[in-house]
Design a protein around this ligand. Structure first.
Ligand code: HEM
Ligand SMILES: CC(C)=CCC/C(C)=C/CC/C(C)=C/COP(=O)(O)OP(=O)(O)O
Length: 304
C-alpha cells in the first residue's frame, strides 16, 4: 500500500532533533574521540603530569570545534564521491538533508569559534596551529591530494597529526622535539590505519574513482606498505624513552602494543585478500593509538 503524508505526520518539516542529529553527524564525531585523546595525552606530557583542568577543557573544546569544522568542510567538498560510496551515501549532504550553503556556514562558524576559544583561553599559537590543521586537511588532503594520488593519505595524514601539537602549544606556548615526535607517531600510524580500511572497502573507492592505494596497486602491495609503515612506527614510539620524554611504564606499554600492532600487520601480509583480516587490523590500529596515548598520560602522571 502507498504510504501517505498522514502516515508520516512529520514528513513535511523534519523534527528539530533530526536536524540537530544531521549537523552532529557532519562533524564525524566518532573519529573525534581519538583526536581528543591524542590532544589530551600531549597536554599531560607537556605539563609533566600536572595539566591545569580548565586549560585541558578549553583546549579540548577548541580542538573539537576545529576538527568539526575540518570534517564539515570535507563532507561538503566530497559530497559527489560520498554519494557514490555505500559507506558514505547516507551522509546528510549527499542524502539531501542538509544543503551545501548551510554546511558552509556551519563549517565557517565552527572554525571561527575554535579560533576564538583557543586564542582567548589557551594562546594564539595553539589557535593558529588548529587553523593550520583545518587548512591542511581541507585544502591539501581533501581538495588536492585525495582525488589525485595514491600518496594522498601519507601527505594528507599530517593534518591528523596536528592535534597533539595544538595540545602541546596550549600548555607551553611553543613546540619542542617531544611534540614533533608525537606528530611523527601519528603521521606514521595513519597509513596502516587508513589503508587497512581502504582494503576493506576497495570497491567503493574504485566506483567513486578515488585513487586509494589498494585500488591502484592491489592488496598484496598495500599489505606490504602497511607492514613497512608499522615497522617504521615502532622505533619512533620507543625513542620517547631514551629521549627522556617518557619513563619505563610507557616503554613497556609501547613495546607490547607495538608488537601487537606489528603482529596484526604481519597476519595481513600473509592473507592480503582477506577482508576480515583488514578489518581486524583497522580496529587494532584504533585501539593501538588510543592505548599508546593513554599509556603516555599514565606514565606522566605516575613518574614525573
Ligand atoms: C588522512 C588521515 C586519515 C584518514 C584518511 C582516515 C580515514 C578514516 C576513514 C575513512 C574512517 C571511516 C570513517 C567512517 O566511516 O565514519 C576512519 C575511521 C576512524 N578514524 Fe581515521 N583517518 C585518518 C586519520 C585519523 C586520525 C589522525 C585519527 C585519530 C587520531 C583517526 C581516528 C579514526 C577513528 C577513531 C575511526 C573509527 C570511527 C568509528 O568508530 O567508526 N583517523 N578513518
Ligand atoms: C587540528 C585539526 C583541526 C586537524 C584536523 C584533523 C582531522 C579532522 C583529521 C581527520 C582525518 C580523517 C578522518 C580523514 C578522513 O577523511 P576522508 O575524506 O578520507 O574520509 P571519509 O571518506 O570518511 O569522508
Amino acid at each position: 500500500m502507498q504510504e501517505t503524508v498522514l502516515d508520516r505526520p512529520h514528513a513535511g518539516a523534519p523534527r528539530l532533533s533530526a536536524v540537530l542529529k544531521d549537523y552532529y553527524e557532519l562533524t564525524k564525531p566518532r573519529i573525534q574521540v581519538l583526536l581528543l585523546i591524542t590532544t589530551a595525552g600531549a597536554m599531560w606530557i607537556a605539563s609533566k603530569g600536572h595539566v591545569e583542568p580548565v586549560l585541558l577543557l578549553v583546549t579540548l573544546l577548541g580542538g573539537t570545534l576545529a576538527a568539526s569544522s575540518a570534517n564539515v568542510f570535507n563532507c561538503l567538498i566530497d559530497r559527489d564521491i560520498d554519494l557514490l560510496m555505500e559507506r558514505t551515501r547516507r551522509r546528510p549532504i549527499p542524502a539531501g538533508r542538509i544543503q551545501p550553503l548551510q554546511a558552509t556556514l556551519f563549517a565557517l562558524a565552527l572554525g571561527a569559534a575554535s579560533f576564538v576559544v583557543l586564542a582567548l583561553f589557551a594562546n594564539l599559537f595553539a589557535a593558529l596551529l588548529a587553523i593550520t590543521g583545518i587548512g591542511f586537511y581541507v585544502v591539501v588532503y581533501t581538495l588536492w591530494l585525495k582525488r589525485t594520488t595514491t600518496q594522498n593519505i601519507v601527505i594528507g595524514g599530517a593534518a591528523g597529526a596536528i592535534p597533539p601539537l595544538v595540545g602541546w602549544a596550549a600548555v607551553t606556548g611553543s613546540l619542542d622535539w617531544s611534540a614533533w615526535m608525537l606528530f611523527g607517531i601519528i603521521f606514521l600510524w595513519t597509513p596502516p590505519h587508513f589503508w587497512a580500511l581502504a582494503m576493506m572497502i576497495r570497491e567503493d573507492y574504485r566506483k567513486a574513482g578515488v585513487p586509494m592505494l589498494p585500488v591502484v596497486v592491489g592488496d598484496e602491495k598495500t599489505a606490504r606498505w602497511i607492514f613497512w609503515y608499522t615497522l617504521a612506527l615502532l622505533p619512533v614510539t620507543l625513542a620517547l624513552y631514551p629521549l627522556g620524554t617518557m619513563g619505563w611504564i610507557y616503554l613497556v606499554a609501547a613495546s607490547g602494543l607495538g608488537a601487537w600492532f606489528l603482529a596484526g600487520a604481519a597476519r595481513l601480509l600473509r592473507v592480503p585478500h582477506e577482508r576480515k583480516e583488514a578489518r581486524a587490523l583497522f580496529k587494532r590500529s584504533i585501539f593501538y593509538l588510543m592505548l599508546l596515548f593513554v599509556a603516555m598520560g599514565i606514565d606522566s602522571i605516575l613518574l614525573r
